[in-house]
Design a protein around this ligand. Structure first.
Ligand code: HGY
Ligand code: MN
Ligand code: MN
Length: 401
């Protein structure tokens, strides 16, 4: 818990927690985590994309590796636990082995992923894609809000943007990937449970839309002859909320909206906004994307303005491994708790890791289900359960359960 507090001081903004990809703040966080990894008997290095890779060797002759971890980056004005809790619980489980001088019949790698949230470049899962070997090099040309490309950011952060391919897993047989993460939802609190197993992770589509009208004088342009990009975007935002609200299991969000030129006395000429669409069933998510992008075109045409849309990312829903989840469930029961399963509406690096190996996730109860907000909080007792469950999970895997 103290370590979560310490990492929360690593921020790009003095009055709130904002820790973007390849920033000085995440560099400071990596230094703390590296120290803690080494204290737990791990070697630690940072790869080209900026993932922290801690390794705890297995017993002599062991050949397989189990991956643990979560992400180190954050959203803007974030809570302390989304991401870092999973990295620190994994380090605590390895620390317990190291303290007992125990070597398992497999190695453990704890990964602190460089970018799960996509705050800086709008993309998602940069770190886990590099490790899974599914990173698209074309993304290196993406520019951030200050015009710094991803390649330049990687270089400045100490990585080689031309050698991201070296980051892909090449360490032999994998037993799987297990991620501990706060639930970011209300289920465990409602059921009064400290932890739960993840059954599946909802699919997620991210789009960028730009409405282009004509900037004009706010005082002299009659209402009937305006091509107001923000008025059109506002109708679209309402349409997004109405559509998602009337479709079971669908959530859709306009999280960012940038108005140009952004002056009080100028009719907005251009608005760029983000659209985040999620559903557990991929067909429903894809249909929602099509319908909402059609709505945007219809709204623009009716107002004689233009709209362009770009798909920024698309991640299918992913089921967790029954085999790994069964061992994780057994670990939960062995610690005396019911092992319930619940779906994840939030995305996680596990989505990408599912392309590399089997995945399992353990959710930790969080207060009020609050997340992506500074009020995010977890109970120390629940974190202790999560560390115990992960330790038991390692024992069960070692016993070949
Ligand atoms: O947006 C998400 O679901 C995750 O927090 N990146
Ligand atoms: Mn997260
Ligand atoms: Mn998050």
């Amino acid at each position: 818990m103290n370590r979560c507090d310490e990492l929360a001081t690593c921020t790009e903004e003095p009055d709130r927690l904002t820790r973007p990809f390849a920033s000085d703040a995440i560099g400071r966080a990596d230094e703390h985590i590296t120290t803690w990894m080494r204290a737990a008997g791990m070697t630690a290095r940072r790869d080209n994309m900026g993932n922290l890779r801690g390794r705890y060797e297995g017993a002599p002759g062991s050949t397989a590796t189990l991956l643990l971890g979560s992400h180190v980056d954050s959203v803007r004005d974030a809570g302390k636990y989304d991401g870092p809790l999973g990295v620190l619980v994994a380090i605590a489980a390895v620390q317990a082995l190291h303290d007992r001088d125990v070597r398992l019949p497999f190695a453990i790698e704890v990964v602190g992923f460089a970018d799960e949230e996509g705050l800086r470049y709008g993309t998602t899962y940069l770190g886990s894609r590099a490790l899974a070997g599914t990173f698209d090099e074309a993304e290196l040309d993406r520019a951030d809000a200050r015009g710094v490309t991803m390649a330049e950011a990687i270089l400045a952060f100490g990585g080689d943007p031309n050698r991201i391919a070296d980051d892909r897993w090449s360490g032999g047989t994998l037993l799987g990937y297990c991620e501990v993460h706060i639930e970011q939802g209300p289920v465990l609190e409602a059921r009064d449970l400290p932890v739960g197993l993840v059954s599946a992770i909802a699919g997620q589509s991210r789009h960028s839309l730009t409405f282009t009208g004509v900037a004009a004088h706010a005082g002299t342009t009659p209402m009937g002859s305006r091509k107001d990009a923000l008025a059109a975007a506002a109708v679209f935002v309402q349409a997004v909320e109405a559509y998602a609200g009337s479709h079971e299991g669908l959530v859709a969000t306009v999280g960012q909206l940038i108005v140009q030129p952004g002056a009080a006395n100028v009719v907005p000429g251009e608005v760029t906004l983000t659209l985040d669409i999620r559903h557990a069933v991929d067909a429903d998510r894809i249909l929602a994307s099509e319908r909402l992008l059609d709505d945007a075109a219809r709204i623009a045409t009716r107002r004689s303005i233009a709209v362009t849309t770009t798909q920024v990312s698309d991640n299918a829903s992913v089921a967790c491994s029954p085999r790994l989840t069964s061992s994780l469930s057994q670990a939960v029961r062995d610690l005396g708790h019911p092992a319930i399963q619940l779906a994840s509406g939030a995305g996680h690096d596990a989505v990408v890791m599912a392309g590399l190996t089997e995945i399992a996730m353990l959710f930790v109860r969080c207060k009020g289900g609050i997340s992506h907000h500074p009020d995010e909080s977890v109970a120390e007792a629940d974190v202790a359960v999560a560390i115990g469950v992960l330790g038991r999970f390692l024992d069960l895997l070692a016993a070949g359960q």
